[in-house]
Write a protein that binds this ligand. Sequence first.
Ligand SMILES: [Zn+2]
Length: 655
Amino acid sequence: MKIAGLRAGAALTMLGAAMGVAQAQDTGAAASEATRAAQAATAAALPAEGTRDAEFSTRGFLATRADPVILNASGKPVWNLAAYDFVTGPAPDTVNPSLWRHMTHLKHHGLYQVTPNVWQVRGFDLSNMTIIRGQTGWIVIDPLTSVETAQAAMVLVNATLGQRPVSAVIYSHSHADHFGGVRGVIDAGEATAGRVAIIAPEGFMEEATSENVMAGGAMLRRAAYQFGTGMTPGATGQMGSGIGTAVSGGTLSLIAPNATIAATGETRVVDGVALEFQIVSGSEAPAEFNVFIAPEKTFLAAEIATCTLHNILTPRGAKVRDARAWAHYLDEAATRYGPQSDAVISSHCWPIFGREAGTAWLTAQRDNYRWLHDQTVRRMNRGETMHEIAEALEKSPPRINGEEWSTRGYYGTISHNAKAIYQFYLGWYDAVPANLHPHPPVERANRLVEALGGAQRTFELAETAFKRGDYRWSSDLLQNLVFAEPQNAAAKALLAQSYEQQGYQAESAIWRNQFLAAANDIRLGRAESSAAQSNDMVAAISTQDLLDSAATRFAPEQPQARNFTVAIDIPDRNEQAVLEVGEQVMIGRTGALPAKADVTIRGPRRALLALLFVKMPVSAVQAMPGVTIEGDLVALQALIDTLDPLPHGFDIVMP
Ligand SMILES: [Zn+2]
């Protein structure tokens, strides 16, 4: 059964950002005079280009795929290797010159040799696939996001290096771009039969499936802004995602690991290759490890060190990450593994070759997070608020090593990371009581526009700011005006232009995406977000999480169907549960059947999914093979009717 539209998996928020080929019309305007001046000032302040990144991002190139487009089974493109071919020559004035330079190194794709028995497929997805030659086959670290792109990567590996089976799969962490393509490199039977080892950090399955179960609807919508979903790559469009170009749009899969690693220093001989693991859970991902490939003297820094400052709090929304732990892990990596490594690689971006260079790079990455953490906390304890700290740190970036471009913010930024660290310790509130209980945005906007002298006066003030190139202020004023008067065409048009110029100036690819996505929404209306579903992911979510997720769609303001108990028996998973429907809340509890129930549902878990998530009528679910539903069916149907439908997106820059 297809559980169409069930957005319950961690990966699904990322898939919303998938790179399609049919895209929104490119409505990008030219760079304004102020933007051209800002780009020139940025260019003048950039460090020397250096030769390292150009050399390292292409070193070891062996081959790439002849046909740039990768299709899914129904012939729909899920990836285009040629999408960023236009990134060549000097930066256009609609792209921040530092971001443009970044993309000239990130756009490469193909199979690259790193050390004698280690290779990477890069540019076939947001992430990299790392390949190690084992005694009997290939050891694959991080099989990309989609089955289709992973399959294409393996075809390239086998065609270039010789046909061999996959002997082991390693997931570096619990984010979907590091496991979603696994069925493109092995099938589930090979893992359960023990023919293929699948190794992951402890907690991997729980984190892979639960991270976004509760907030998936909001994260999916916000991810479309972060990754620039539906935007065409181009000089006035999408310019990558900082840690890679885009997320592929294919099929997401998941096969559970059959071995986990719990502690730093643990070693395993995998298909004849000695591997040592460094646990870095609780930094970039809640379950994550780095891998030291001992015989190759190669260190995989997973995603805690890449070619950019990462996110302490990703703008699509997530729990805040721990910058202090992150810096400690990088310190351990730099002191314990850097000095033994001829190459340091990541699951994004390009390698750093040479012990000294690799150690220096890990150290620079460490210092970046350490500086951000310490200087934010230092200022916080002096009474500065998150906005003041972000502004101050952004204006005086760390002098770690002027030429270490990887400490710059192509993904995370100093600005939003400083706010994240403040939030990690103190939350959203700055202790100014006016900010403790202000009016919500639209009501505040109505009052603000009135206070400024009305809509016309507000527009004139915004126009003056826009002409001055003060886009932060023109966007602020105009966003308030649009919240107050959503039909004000002039305000909307100028707000789109203002956001667009902010996007053009942004060094961070995901800041650019967010400003340009907002401009598109204002001009074209918002596109419905479409969520791909993954049967593997849905199957891996715990029944408790599913019941809790369904409870977040319970609408107590609807009067029907209250105060009854549902017994749930799931023989195919040997699970029992109870759902207590009250006046205000719905309590799900797994473990045992209740002594007494008003309704009893017995059958495979997909029957429960069909009811609670697809909202299939009770009579239709009863007709599914192996399903019996007994008791007060009217009350059950009334409950299903009152659950909110699965979220299908919402307005962000419109009220
Ligand atoms: Zn990743």
